[in-house]
Design a binder for this molecule. Structure first.
Ligand code: B12
Ligand code: SF4
Length: 502
């Protein structure tokens, strides 16, 4: 029989300074209300969160542990805390949910310290799982959509759960966090910036994106009243003066967005969001006026590639020309476009990388204030369901020695450094050492020639010095071994928003 208290853990993924509200476990905690009590541990603020978790389960009052897991660095801390809990109390059920188990449910279950993997939205699955554990019969587990589990040692993937907009109706229990004020961070948007998600999902199904695996093309927007209530609460209770929207794709259909933009224009809190170039270029002048009034500072646009064939191959649905047009639209409306690119696709790593460098240089000539984020193209591993939008045969890819790429089969294997880098889009098996170096060097020269406005710690003189030092290299395209820039960057403590966010 399961006891009533559930421990929800957000394993460390970033520094205390960059910690944002742990929205996944807050949302789960809200969904459990009335049925199960929950305790939250956030490894971003509690730097001894593993000992805290072990202590919390030590008195036997916890009935199950839920861990939120993103691939990359968070996987390491999720493994560490799960192993420690397993050692302390071997029979306590450990449930993983979030981006990693959604994309890699088999690998999650191939790990002795994970009992259940919850795929995609977790609120209803978790409640039903806890009910089934209380019930104690395997048959009860069978009927829970979105659950991956083990029946007599065999991994079972229950059918997918249907998308639900129910969580849009619940307020998050911020007061369950120790000192919620500490999650408001100083960024270039404001001294008390909030990480916030308004809508759920994304209606697109780009093949390279974990969001498509999670939501399979479904999306739901909040009502204008809900947004207004949340922003009003955040302003009054926490003194919020800047917002980073985590919505996967903020600008949805214009007609549905206008009421939300009107609310944003009312609050006029500087904000940042993810957006698609096609949505921005098609926005009417009336909506752009609202965008200006609402004080949108920066839009993160997945430009991905200047090659239309690749954009088509990954089902992005946008084009090179739209990227250029979106940059121009943003420029003319006072919004900084932040373009992200995926370099070195396995089909032609060298050629596509050089082409993207040229495209970035073109954009910088047209609008130097454009921010650029450089990643390596790292396709998602194939999932158990071959129909998933993201499904790709790993054998389609060859490593640098020409052998078929074999993706990890366990969480421990995914935690090896080369696969952490893969998840973070920093390296891929088909990248030659020469190309990897060239990408790192180009990124360094570009980042010094055009220091990001998101870096509010580096002093202005430091940024000017970097700009001056890097200018000849950028101008003459001499990217190789920019040792002097690396040293200067360290001295100035210039930061990388790809790792830390804003
Ligand atoms: C905030 C954020 C971060 C923050 C985390 C800060 C913090 N928490 O303090 C930071 C900036 C550190 C971060 C880093 C990374 N991130 Co991030 N991040 C996000 C972001 C914007 C919001 C996460 C969030 O709060 N979502 C809201 C909650 C409610 O949704 P959720 O987490 O999905 O939770 C639901 C379900 O997943 C499930 N669930 C989740 N946990 C659990 C646990 C249990 C027990 C159960 C039952 C269910 C469950 O139920 C929840 C409610 O339905 C998402 C995009 C997004 N909007 O989700 C990307 C996102 C999760 N990140 C992503 C990635 C890839 C990364 C990186 C690994 C790589 C990168 N370059 O971005 C890096 C790591 C970099 C590094 N070197 O450290 C991807 C994951 C995609 C994928 N392939 O799976 C996303 C989806 C962005 C994207 N579109 O690519 N990230
Ligand atoms: S890349 Fe963007 S638009 Fe495409 S599925 Fe992912 S979140 Fe949606």
């Amino acid at each position: 029989m399961i006891s009533q208290r559930i421990l929800l853990i957000n394993p460390t993924i970033t520094s205390h300074r960059h910690a944002r509200f742990p929205l996944a476990i807050l949302s789960l905690s809200a969904a459990l209300d009335g049925k199960y009590a929950s305790t939250i541990i956030d490894g971003n603020v509690d730097r001894n969160f593993i000992s805290t978790a072990v202590r919390a389960v030590g008195d036997g009052s916890v009935g199950a542990v839920g861990v939120t897991v993103m691939g990359g660095p968070q996987l390491l801390s999720a493994i560490a805390v799960s192993k420690a809990i397993r050692r302390q109390l071997p029979t306590l059920p450990i449930i993983w949910g979030g981006a990693f188990p959604t994309v890699c449910p088999d690998a999650a279950l191939n790990s002795p310290y994970v009992d259940y993997a919850v795929r995609a939205q977790g609120e209803d699955t978790l409640v039903e799982l806890l009910d089934a554990l209380a019930d104690g019969r395997d048959e009860a587990l069978d009927s829970i959509p979105g659950l991956t589990w083990r029946r007599r040692g065999q991994t079972v993937h229950n059918k997918d759960r249907i998308f639900s907009a129910a969580s849009l109706g619940r307020m998050l229990p911020y007061d369950r966090l120790e000192n919620p004020q500490q999650y408001l961070t100083k960024t270039y948007l404001g001294s008390r910036t909030l990480g916030y998600q308004a809508a759920l999902g994304c209606r697109f199904r780009c093949t390279f994106c974990g969001v498509a695996t999670m939501f399979r093309g479904k999306m739901a927007l909040p009502t204008a009243a809900r947004l207004e209530q949340d922003l009003g609460f955040m302003k009054e209770r926490f003194g919020v003066n800047g917002i980073q929207f985590y919505d996967h794709n903020f600008f949805d259909r214009e007609v549905d967005m206008v009421p939300l933009l009107e609310i944003m224009a009312k609050f006029q809190l500087p904000w940042w969001c993810f957006a698609r170039s096609d949505a921005l270029v098609n926005l009417s002048e009336r909506s752009w006026a609202l965008v200006r009034k609402s004080r949108l500072r920066m839009a993160y646009i997945g430009a991905e590639s200047p090659s239309d064939w690749l954009l088509h191959d990954i089902r992005k649905g946008t084009s090179r020309d739209q990227t250029l047009e979106a940059v121009e639209k943003c420029r003319s409306h006072g919004v900084v476009p932040e373009l992200s690119f995926m370099l070195a696709p396995p089909q032609d790593p060298e050629g596509e990388t050089e082409k993207t460098f040229e495209f970035i240089r073109l954009i910088k000539r047209l609008h130097p204030a454009t921010e650029v984020m450089i990643y390596i193209y790292t396709p998602l591993p194939r999932r158990h369901d071959t129909n998933a939008a993201s499904a790709r045969m790993s054998s389609e890819f060859r490593d640098r020695a020409g052998r078929p790429v074999v993706f990890p089969r366990t969480a421990d294997e995914w935690a090896e450094p080369q696969w952490v880098d893969y998840w973070c889009h920093q390296d891929a098996p088909w990248l030659s050492e020469r190309l990897r170096r060239r990408i790192v060097d180009f990124t360094t020269v570009l980042g010094c020639r055009y220091p990001t406005i998101m870096d509010i710690r580096a002093p202005a003189w430091g940024k000017s010095a970097l700009r001056a030092l890097a200018s000849w290299r950028y101008r003459f395209q001499r990217y190789d071994h920019p040792w002097e820039l690396r040293v200067s960057r360290k001295l100035i403590r210039h930061w990388d928003p790809r790792v830390m966010s804003l």
